[in-house]
Ligand binder design. Structure first.
Ligand code: SF4
Ligand code: SF4
Length: 269
């Protein structure tokens, strides 16, 4: 396979990445005002699942409103707490255990869809208020998970509580989009490990997949010294530039989300 070093500047990557995130977040929060009452909504679960199947967990980092809000709180935490924030991070031995909590929620919600007569692809508001446990889950998610706890801990909600990440981690296994690390070219500088917001042990893996909780931010690809080209984002066995991939994926997703709105595809599935 032909390898491709990441050539996008880090700052440029960050600006474009935040532009995309805020665009989708604003659309999610204010679409009814922007479209004068016509509701635009990009978080159609059927579309998200299709995107995970093709693009991997790209949705998690770039489009998920809860992931984006968590990251905003995380930025505030870093700004206000400075170096003290890193001192209060959850130790690795607890971190790896706590990650299993989301799988417990995953089993609970799966049971709800199978036996509880609840439509996962339908209205999520209705779904959460269909029983007391899912209602409490929603309250904890909104009040603690994506806000207060994200202020102190990196991606708290994505790491430990997001039951949807459980589905995505499974579906992503067959996605043609993946990150590949070449052991031959790796210089063991560990920059990839340090850059990872999900604490994935990147430098120990040959293929970085969502089952290790990767959220596809591509920071590890970006920081890997381009001279050696050890890290590559691969789409259908071809190395691609992460920046172009992010832009094109967002454009395609945006167009499809409108198709979902206009043609009511959610109701047809
Ligand atoms: S830094 Fe790499 S391994 Fe970590 S979440 Fe981002 S893409 Fe995944
Ligand atoms: S950043 Fe690249 S060279 Fe450094 S340890 Fe990670 S994969 Fe290896």
């Amino acid at each position: 396979m032909k390898t491709l070093s990441y050539k996008g500047g880090i700052l440029r990557h960050k600006r474009i990445q935040w532009g995309i995130k805020l665009f989708f977040l604003i659309g999610y929060l204010f679409s009814e005002f922007i479209t004068e009452g016509k509701s635009y909504y990009h978080e159609f679960e059927s579309l998200v699942l299709i995107s995970v199947l093709i693009l991997g967990t790209f949705y998690c980092n770039y489009l998920c409103p809860y992931g984006i809000i968590s990251e905003i709180f995380e930025k505030f935490g870093k700004l206000i707490l400075g170096k003290n924030r890193s001192k209060i991070q959850i130790p690795e031995k607890y971190d790896s255990k706590l990650r299993h909590v989301k799988y417990i929620f995953g089993i609970f919600f799966l049971g709800m869809f199978i036996w509880g007569n609840v439509d996962y692809l339908g209205d999520h508001g209705e779904m959460y208020f269909s029983n007391p446990i899912s209602t409490v889950y929603l309250i904890v998610k909104m009040t603690l998970g994506i806000s207060i706890l994200s202020f102190f801990f990196d991606r708290f909600f994505c790491r430990y509580l997001c039951y949807q990440k459980v589905w995505y981690n499974i579906i992503e296994q067959i996605s043609p989009t993946k990150i590949i690390r070449s052991n031959k070219s790796c210089t063991s500088c560990n920059l990839c490990n340090k850059s990872c917001p999900m604490n994935v042990p990147v430098s120990q893996l040959a293929t970085i997949r969502a089952k290790k909780d990767c959220i596809s931010c591509y920071d590890c690809v970006k920081v890997c010294p381009p001279k050696f080209g050890a890290m590559n984002l691969v789409f259908f066995r071809k190395a691609v530039n992460p920046l172009k991939f992010i832009i094109w994926s967002s454009v395609v997703y945006f167009i499809l989300s409108w198709a979902w709105v206009i043609f009511g595809i959610e109701n047809l599935i």
